[in-house]
Design a binder for this molecule. Sequence first.
Ligand code: CAA
Length: 248
Amino acid sequence: MQNKTALVTGGTGGLGTAICKTLADRGDIVIACHLPEESTEAGVWQAQLKDEGYDIKITAGDVSSFEDTRRMIVEIEKNYGWVDILINCAGITRDATLRKMDENDWDSVVKVNLGSVFNVTRQVIEGMTERGFGRIVNISSVNGQRGQFGQTNYSASKAGMHGFTMALAQEAARKGVTVNSVSPGYIATSMTNAIPEEVRNDIVAGIPVGRMGEPQDIARTIAFLTDEKSDYITGANIPVNGGLFMSF
Ligand code: CAA
């Protein structure tokens, strides 16, 4: 029973849901953050999880906005206490080849995927370092490591997340705060389901394990990295990609 407070941005999404459940299973108090305009859907999500025996808190906040994130964190601290564990999982795709990509496709992906990491982490880092404990995990992507046709915006944002991870890991290392990235490969969620079928089949054919991953594969890795005892792993990137991209 770890009993820490964990905030999961993008918590009601495909990966987020598995992460919330896994952290709750080990006794953490879990708060899932969702977009303000998705409050009704988030309420339904929360009720479904309640039926499954999970008491997950939900909070609305646009993590691509610094101001709204600040407001959200003040509310979370008032309602549930400070955040010990932060999982930056909010992410979107706007896939297009660069010659077809417009400015909004670029800006929105960079603001949500990378900007949110600054916006949320900036609000909680001081408290974590003062208290001498924190676990931060940024959900990056295999496509940040290797690039992907049609994803200049997404690949750049996801590679940027790991640069952030390594820099903050150095700043926080002596304060009991670890900062790591997890880089999922192709995991079965609505995000990968939106890839045209024949393109997806080609991608899956190139995965050494021979299939897509499950959200639980990511959630298990996060549980490991955010364990109280995992205090000597920081600035790392853990690939969970079925062998799609191998590096060391
Ligand atoms: N490599 C090289 N050439 C490719 C290619 C590839 N992987 N894929 C397509 N092409 C070629 C086509 O054969 C075609 O060539 P011709 O013009 O000579 O016929 C050309 O590129 C098509 O280019 P377009 O700009 O017209 O592409 P499009 O508009 O048809 O589609 C796309 C582009 C929307 C990006 C589509 O390829 C696509 O959806 N790709 C999937 C991208 C992807 O993997 N996204 C991951 C989403 S999930 C995620 O991101 C989670 C995670 O972290 C892993």
